[in-house]
Design a protein around this ligand. Sequence first.
Ligand code: SF4
Length: 371
Amino acid sequence: MADGIPKVPGSELLGRSLDELCAVAREVGLPAYAGTQMARWIYVRGTASFDLMTDLPRRVRRDLATRHDIGIRPPARCVVSADGTRKYLFGGNAGGWVETVWIPDRGRSTLCVSTQAGCRMGCRFCHTARQRFAGHLSAGAMLNQLTGLPERPAVDNVVFMGMGEPLDNLDEVLRALRAMSADWGLAMSPRRLTVSTVGLLPAMDRLLQESDCHVAISLHSPFSEERASLMPVERTHPIREVVARLRRYEWRGQRRLMFEYIVFGGFNDTPRHVRELCRLLHGLPCRINLMRYHPRPDQRWPATEEGRLLAFETALRAKGFRTTIRRSRGQDIAAACGQLSTLAVVEDEPPPSSRSGMIVGHGGSSGGTVA
Ligand code: SF4
């Protein structure tokens, strides 16, 4: 623990707004503007210790250290893929481990962050769904996947596509998004932030009203029964209702609407699917991101053949859709789409609070996809 002093749960400063940091400053007898100084240390400089906040009086730094934890911690482990993708293991505040994937690509890089330790959505194709749900991450634990990352200065885009369903933990996700985009925080443009969701309503409305980030909807099939066989959430949040709700918003500006579509060879890539996608998304400005399926041994769907994938994309383009085939990244370290899981870690490792330092490995086995 930073400063070596045990703190009360929920005392971390990472994730707090400028107003809240100003209130913390007042708590320790400082003028409110010292909250701005703290925000600079925490968000801009990524300072993990109060001792380093040298423009605050020494007495105040000690006082802050007895009351609070900054909340910036290094990852416990890193695995490096042959393609340069890195998968990090972070201790989440929820008492479970989470994985975070850093994906370098042609001079730019994307960070895929987790929002929950496990996930309650139960998507059949997803490794995260197989592990026990250990709880929601705080905004600080989401932000730490960026601020605690060795490659932090090199991160261009952040996608909330790791473990968990962001809209199932919306308050904390919105709090993290505000800290990422605010001038007092990480000052990232909302155009560099994307939230992926299965389409939980009415949380999706709140996300669209309270944030300007891009949105990616997990679609995977335009047919209700078929989608429900992949994603049980279809039974309570049908894609038709999700799309109807999306039509109420303006998508011609800078905010992008994307649909994520994992292609299961011979299952959801037929001419019938193309026709139904046309009906479902007709006139909606959007992009369809096609992703390769990474099979799980216990599942019936085959991996996608390259020829089928290309033919499906061609058929969609012929109907006027804008499409991208996402390149799988980090498949050899289980860092690609649908592969994130801390099941093995949960079974083998002590809880996050008792670990420190980082182990780096290369390797064999994560949500890495890029255009
Ligand atoms: S695909 Fe996403 S929403 Fe579905 S179970 Fe996995 S982590 Fe949860």
